[in-house]
Design a protein. Structure first.
Length: 285
């Protein structure tokens, strides 16, 4: 009976020893092996053998691309504008032993490195350039951190600027500035419209005055011609004069009749005699 117990114990010990000595590493991973507390080797995917009780798998590291979210942060631009920036980094662990022994926490280290580099890059740009130059910021950021993380056995595949926008305070200031600019443009447009209208009105008045002057000239020429004709007619006898004065006399009587104050209009029975009397009176003067 004791022999059976010993046999079972030895069998279990062999099984455990074999289990500790055989390591199957899945695809997409690498295992870092320490021997007596010191780095010994890195196990690649597949079946691997180590020395039981002496070698231990200290770290299991993925070799797949890692998507690392860099938290948002406030950054001050060169023109003292506050913007909020966050990014996403895609990394790949090339040398697992460097990643686990070169830095305490490579995820936290890379996040802080990206944030620091972002503050430095955006801080050298104006607000407008920072908001419209994602590709430029991306290129500078990748060049800034690639060499640093290479010392940790990590390759930077790419880094993307996920979001870059003004802070809430800056957004309100920009909205107020845009509203003020729209109001200014509206004021300028109204002023230009009033100016154009005033110019058109002045041109209209000038054209009307010019036309009035031309009309007065035409009327004066017509009056001159009429006077000349009358003068020529008076040399031929009094009949033309009597006719003209009689016509004017009748028109005056008609205007008096249409007047609101006119009640009764009496025409002389002998109109030519009345006209001759007017002529005589004028001649006597």
């Amino acid at each position: 009976m004791p022999g059976l117990v010993v046999t079972l114990f030895l069998f279990a010990l062999v099984v455990v020893t074999i289990g500790l000595g055989v390591r199957i590493v899945p695809q997409g991973s690498k295992h870092v092996v320490q021997r007596l507390g010191k780095y010994h080797t890195t196990l690649n995917p597949g079946l691997n053998l180590i020395i039981p009780y002496i070698d231990t798998v200290a770290y299991k590291v993925t070799t797949k691309d890692i998507v690392m979210d860099v938290p948002s942060q406030e950054v001050i631009t060169r023109d003292n504008a506050v913007i909020i920036v966050n990014a996403i980094a895609y990394i790949n662990i090339v040398s697992p032993e460097k990643a686990v022994y070169g830095v305490e926490n490579y995820v936290l280290a890379i996040q802080n490195l990206v944030q620091t580099s972002l503050r430095s890059i955006v801080g050298e740009m104006d607000l407008d350039d920072a908001l419209s130059s994602r590709e430029q910021i991306k290129a500078k950021l990748k060049a800034a951190i690639s060499d640093d993380i290479a010392d940790w056995g990590i390759a930077l595949k790419t880094v993307e600027i996920q979001d870059i926008k003004p802070s809430e305070t800056m957004q309100r200031a920009m909205e107020e500035q845009a509203a003020a600019e729209r109001a200014r443009r509206a004021t300028v447009t109204r002023a230009d419209g009033d100016k154009a209208a005033a110019i058109l009105q002045a041109e209209g008045r000038l054209e009307a005055s010019r036309r009035d002057a031309e009309a007065q000239v035409v009327l004066a020429e017509a009056s001159q011609t009429a006077i000349r004709k009358v003068a020529e007619a008076t040399q031929a006898g009094e009949l033309p004069v009597v006719y003209l004065l009689g016509e004017k006399y009748i028109e005056a009587m008609r205007d008096i009749a249409h007047s609101q104050n006119g009640k009764l209009v009496v025409l002389p029975a002998d109109l030519p005699a009345a006209v001759r009397g007017i002529m005589g009176g004028l001649a006597g003067r």
